[in-house]
Write a protein that binds this ligand. Structure first.
Ligand code: ATP
Length: 363
């Protein structure tokens, strides 16, 4: 089964009057190995929050480092507004960077860490800017502390303050929330997002956390083995994945083969409605929340016999109930309401209540 990349290119790649334009970016570290970043192209709009999402080792950090200028591209171009910056040194790009480990100077105070990036300013102008940015991130009271005397979330905000102090139009965030615990991660993420929006700064977040990318970004690119597999808004990428990889990487899904005829397809789950027209053999994605369970028609034995499955397991999650269902030789994941009554071993019918998304065509 072929994926659809060749027929339907990743959508939503460009924006009107982009802040950043990346074209055909390619980087190879070893001549005998494939490039770790291959023909990567996308755009980021002014004050847009963009995310690069993908599994470990797919080339996200390298893409970010190429944009920052810490690595040199083998080919491709990078523009910031109307300036080509592909070969410029990092300090002349006007781009801020927040590293995964924050990379703060441990022997300098919070104030001095932020002032470090403002060496071009003198005296009062420098002091005013440091205090302004510390106020923005809510750290004025900690200005004399050393990074080691702050919590992880506070250190994260110092790193962000240092990155935005020189007034960049774009900041690059490399897994900036990964060392925070779950509760702090959520609040810090919200704070950083509103801070970026408030300051009108564009951002690229690198993350392997799907939920983080979906909730933080205005648009995101799903990256796999050095290439962008799909670019779009969180809703587009979640609800209209273009490939099996994107469908599976962005949360759980059921991949079902089918034979399409226009807006319908025959599948092992019966006839389903398609989100878009297709013909012939297709691979379909149906999210667990797009399926439902019902009691078998039993002695009536009228229809739906082929759709009868067996409950393998159920997982109560408070806000929903997740079932594993054996249907023929296939295991399905179905998300139901928390009151759903079925138990392991029960016979059930599997109903399709959402449109199926075509993620592959052909045999
Ligand atoms: P992670 O989420 O684990 O940080 P990533 O998607 O950011 O992964 P990269 O750090 O960009 O991935 O690495 C992509 C590939 O390039 C990996 O196989 C990595 O080992 C390789 N790589 C990265 N930097 C170098 C380097 N300086 N020299 C050689 N290989 C490198």
């Amino acid at each position: 089964m072929k994926t659809q990349n060749a027929q339907r290119p990743s959508q939503n790649l460009t924006v009107a009057s982009p802040l950043l334009r990346v074209r055909g970016l390619t980087k190879r570290f070893h001549p005998s190995l494939p490039p770790v970043v291959q023909e990567v192209s996308f755009e980021v709009g002014p004050s847009e929050v963009f995310a690069l999402l993908g599994p470990s080792g797919c080339g996200k950090t390298t893409t970010l480092r190429l944009i920052a200028g810490f690595e040199q591209a083998d080919s491709g171009q990078i523009w910031l507004e109307d300036q080509e910056i592909t070969r410029r040194p990092p300090e002349e790009r006007g781009i801020g960077f927040v590293f995964q480990d924050y990379a703060l100077f441990p022997h300098l105070s919070v104030y001095e860490n932020v002032a470090f990036g403002l060496r071009h300013l003198r005296g009062q102008a420098r002091q005013e800017r440091v205090l302004e940015v510390l106020g923005l991130v809510g750290l004025t009271v900690f200005k004399d502390r050393k990074p080691g005397e702050l919590s992880g979330g506070q250190q994260q905000r110092v790193a962000l303050a240092r990155a935005i102090a020189p007034g960049p139009k774009l900041v690059l965030l490399d897994e900036p929330f990964s060392s925070l615990d779950a509760a702090l991660r959520q609040t810090t993420r919200d704070e950083v997002r509103s801070l970026l929006k408030q300051s009108g700064i564009g951002a690229i977040l690198v993350t392997h956390d799907q939920e983080e990318a979906l909730s933080f970004a205005d648009r995101l690119a799903v990256m796999r083995a050095g290439q962008l597999e799909q670019v779009g808004t969180p809703e587009e990428v979640y609800h209209q994945p273009r490939t099996p990889f994107v469908a599976q990487f962005l949360g759980r899904t059921n991949l079902i083969p089918g034979e399409a005829r226009g807006l319908e397809a025959d599948t092992p789950l019966g006839r389903v409605v398609l989100a878009e027209e297709a013909q012939g053999a297709v691979l379909l994605s149906l999210r667990p929340e797009g399926l439902a369970l019902a009691a078998p028609l039993g002695h009536l034995g009228l229809t739906g016999k082929q759709l009868e499955g067996t409950v393998l397991s159920r997982e109560f999650k408070g806000h929903d109930m997740t079932y594993r269902i054996q249907l023929g030789n296939r295991e399905l994941t179905v998300q139901e309401s928390p009151e759903s009554p079925f138990r392991p071993g029960d016979k059930v019918r599997v109903l399709v209540r959402a449109k199926a998304v075509v993620v592959g065509r052909g045999r």
